[in-house]
Design a protein around this ligand. Structure first.
Ligand code: SF4
Length: 359
């Protein structure tokens, strides 16, 4: 399995005036054999990032790397990154049997004999928990959960280095979401897959992920080991997501209601200056007028700890009532410099897998 890395990735649609930068300088590493959960609300750029990785969205800056090589120029006949889409109803050709759909995705020339292709399709079907005898069925005869399993089998048929799962349980009934998540987790462990798992639902992400990255208006605002990030979110936006995530015991954190929870997300056509979250932030200048730094200085260069990082001037105090940072503290130091930050956000740099500095 390979390491997937987004290096200062930028995706922009449209022309200069009406254009929209959907992904703006994202640095993110998915270590080989690990699952990184990418979470964020609708319009944050999650799916655009996924589509850029497989050439379905225009990369206008930065790179997508697979073990350090350009992932968008794979060897002929190979698709080392496979994307599984949200909607299992439109991702399969309704006129093709599921067996034919899977066989179509097998590497070119790898199974020349028909019997070998049939055996491989049967193996893949069983791998995803579908009886091999269903190879002759049309997608219309299958449930949504079964179709999503077929979509996973199709993705695995290409012998990918990396699988990107984009909201693959969102369109499913709640009753079958759990079984598909269990399948994903089992396959990842059994095959050692490198996986980018995208969802708007933090509860879903935490179930399958080793690391979690949080995207807001095209930029990563927090990243870290899943357990640590979810137990102790440093960025106010992550804290709101954690508070909102359903769990068996209600919210993951017992926090007071945010005074700006209902504020509208920023307009991606005109992202706010400084910290993009500042118009909604419950510990930012809306509530604490002395924190005008948030409106002026991009907090991209601010990190919480080596492994767990948050792009926030007040990350260390975001969880409390919001008193000003002490002199000499991280926020104070940033306030002192007030230099314009670079366009890139948190460089993930998971230990042992990539750079460990902030741009
Ligand atoms: S930098 Fe300021 S506005 Fe942005 S998340 Fe931190 S406290 Fe809130």
């Amino acid at each position: 399995m390979s390491e997937l890395a987004f290096d200062n990735l930028r995706v922009r649609y449209g022309t200069h005036r009406s254009g929209l930068t959907a992904v703006d300088g994202v640095d993110l590493t998915v270590p080989a054999g690990s699952v990184v959960g990418l979470v964020g609300e609708s319009g944050s750029g999650k799916s655009t990032l996924a589509r850029a990785a497989v050439g379905l969205a225009p990369v206008t800056g930065g790179r997508v790397l697979l073990d350090g090589a350009d992932a968008r120029r794979p060897p002929a006949g190979r698709r080392p990154i496979q994307l599984v889409f949200q909607d299992p109803y439109s991702s399969l050709d309704p006129r093709m049997t599921v067996g034919a759909s899977i066989a179509e995705a097998l590497p070119r020339g790898a199974y020349r004999r028909r019997s070998a292709r049939r055996d491989e399709v049967a193996r893949l079907l069983e791998l995803v928990g579908i009886d091999a005898g269903r190879a002759a069925a049309l997608p219309g005869a299958l449930s949504g959960g079964q179709r999503q399993r077929i979509a996973l089998a199709r993705a695995l048929a290409g012998r990918p280095e990396v699988v990107i799962a984009d909201e693959i349980t969102s369109a499913l009934d709640v009753s079958v979401q759990g079984s598909v998540l269990n399948l994903v987790r089992g396959l990842q462990r059994e095959l050692g897959l490198t996986m980018l798992f995208i969802s708007h639902n933090l509860a879903v992400v935490r179930y399958v992920s080793d690391y979690v990255a949080v995207l807001y208006l095209g930029r990563i605002v927090e990243v870290g080991p899943a357990e640590r990030l979810l137990a102790d979110p440093q960025h106010p936006y992550t804290r709101e997501l954690v508070e909102a995530a359903p769990s068996a015991h209600g919210s993951l954190l017992d926090l007071p209601e945010s005074p700006v929870t209902d504020a509208e997300p920023g307009d991606p056509h005109r992202p706010p200056s400084g910290c993009r979250f500042h118009p909604r932030c419950p510990v930012g200048p809306l509530v604490h007028p002395d924190r005008s730094i948030c409106t002026r200085v991009d907090p991209a260069a601010v990190a919480a700890t080596r492994e767990h990082r948050a792009a926030c001037h007040f990350a260390a105090v975001a969880g409390d009532t919001g008193s000003a940072p002490a002199a000499g503290s991280e926020a104070g130091a940033v306030r002192g410099t007030e230099s314009p930050a670079s366009n890139s956000v948190v460089r993930t740099g998971f230990p042992g897998t990539g750079p460990d500095t902030l741009d």
